[in-house]
Design a protein around this ligand. Structure first.
Ligand code: NAD
Length: 434
């Protein structure tokens, strides 16, 4: 991180007015929610309740720059629904953070936790900033000030953050420390994705990629496709993409293409994923790798393969490229990689999509294990974590496939229906507090 002082103009997002377009994440999420709710014949009152975030918090985050100036950032925390348990959701530091995006991500978390049937609601938070222009000391001051600004909603029983875009386990340690200093005692379970030394869980780092591998294996089984000879392309070579690629290779699949933001590499006979992971440690980017053909991110999405894993960004599979996709299975490692318009085209083309709220739920599942271990003060070995994750992912895949089959809908709508049904059931049992 740079320690030099910068002009405060970096705080203003350049594209603020153009962001709300047809790919607005909240609307994209809601279009699927509406359809699933309609298929469930959800009663109109509950529909209104589930369509509305419970709490939306906007805070000012004043902080001291390294050069002695004071700057003020904007922070958000949205608790979408807490009927099933404490809210759970990451915090991102990014210039593109908007209230609409945070609302959509908080809703996604609600449905994701319900799909894997863990006792959490959904939330999300963010601070509008560009972390690449901030020093470590500045990031620490921002993290601590943001934490204290939202401290009334935080807590192991109310709202439990985790890392997301541009936040990491170091920042989770600062959140845990700030919260604990206010409470006057150590509270590890207030946040997940912490370093293992201070209450983090073994297996958390690999959990999202491992979940992607498990549901892909289940999809191949369901579609009666073999493991041997099945080709995979993975977009994104970060936490989710690189681990998913590694575990899929270990399973016996042939990973023919991977990419990061610099571009991608391709070998029709199969890449060596461990070798690529070692390569990016010193070189950072894949476009410098010379032992395979280069390809662009657009080419990666339409490469010849049976399984495509978008594990980088939102809105990469659109009505513009969906017809050109060759894969028979898409495993959504990223949140929201497919637009609602692309969904229709993929369905017509017979592509089996494992939706994000199922495919990447391995991460929040092991975050749940971390919270359980912190509260119990008893820590599990990695094998136990992985076995329990495996059981939850396989069960959830079967439950989503069962719902989709019974209602004649695709896996995404099946997952939304399962989630909405579970959240709605709790609302009915609890009743409406007057
Ligand atoms: P990461 O920062 O570790 O990796 C992101 C990867 O995407 C990097 O390789 C980066 O180079 C690449 N990338 C960035 N811009 C790109 C572009 N324009 N084209 C192609 N590649 C690009 O992030 P991550 O933790 O792996 O998260 C990836 C996605 O998975 C995000 O959508 C995130 O919300 C979602 N997700 C992550 C987790 C988790 O536990 N990490 C859990 C659920 C969902």
């Amino acid at each position: 991180m740079s320690t030099t002082s910068r002009p405060s103009s970096f705080l203003i997002r350049p594209d603020k007015d153009t962001f709300l377009n047809e790919e607005n994440p909240f609307e994209a999420m809601m279009s699927r929610f509406d359809y699933a709710a309609q298929r469930l014949n959800l009663d109109p009152g509950l529909y209104k309740v589930l369509r509305t975030p419970e709490k939306q918090i906007i805070v000012a985050v004043p902080f001291l720059r390294d050069n002695g100036e004071v700057d003020v950032l904007t922070g958000y925390r949205v608790l979408y629904n807490t009927s099933r348990g404490p809210a759970k959701g990451g915090i991102r530091f990014d210039m593109n953070v908007t209230l609409d995006e945070v609302k959509a991500l908080a809703a996604w978390m609600t449905w994701k936790c319900a799909v894997v049937n863990i006792p959490f609601g959904g939330s999300k938070g963010g601070v509008v900033c560009d972390p690449s222009l901030l020093s470590n000391a500045e990031l620490e001051r921002i993290t601590r000030r943001y934490t204290s600004a939202i401290i009334e909603t935080l807590g192991p029983d109310s709202d439990v953050p985790a890392p997301d875009v541009n936040t990491n386990e170091r920042m989770m340690a600062w959140i845990m420390d700030t919260y604990s200093m206010h409470k006057r005692h150590t509270v590890t379970a207030v946040v997940t994705g912490k370093p293992v030394e201070m209450g983090g869980s073994l297996g958390r780092r690999e959990a999202t990629g491992r979940g992607c591998m498990i549901v892909t294996r289940e999809a191949l089984r369901k579609l009666r496709m073999p493991i041997a000879g099945t080709r995979v392309a993975v977009q994104g070579f970060g936490n989710v993409g690189s681990i998913a690629a590694q575990l899929m290779e270990e399973l016996g699949l042939t990973v023919v293409a991977v990419s990061d933001k610099s571009g991608g590499v391709y070998n029709p006979k199969g890449l060596r994923i461990k070798h690529l992971q070692e390569f990016v440690k010193p070189h950072r980017f894949l476009n410098e790798y010379k032992e395979a053909e280069q390809l662009t991110n657009d080419q990666l999405l339409t490469v010849e393969c049976e399984v495509l894993v978008p594990a980088a960004l939102e809105n990469v599979i659109t009505s513009q490229n969906a017809r050109d996709i060759k894969a028979r299975i898409i495993c959504e490692g990223a949140n929201g990689p497919t637009t609602a318009n692309a969904d229709k085209i993929l369905e017509e083309g017979g592509v089996f999509v494992i939706p994000d709220i199922l495919a990447n739920a391995g991460g929040v599942t092991v975050s749940y294990f971390e919270w359980v271990q912190d509260r119990g003060g008893y820590f599990w070995d990695e094998e136990t974590v992985n076995q329990r994750l495996e059981r939850i992912m396989v069960r959830s895949f079967d439950e989503v496939a069962g719902m989709a089959g019974r209602h004649g809908v695709n896996m995404r709508i099946g997952a939304y229906m399962l989630a909405i049904e579970r959240v709605a059931a709790v609302h009915r049992l609890r009743g409406l507090y007057a």
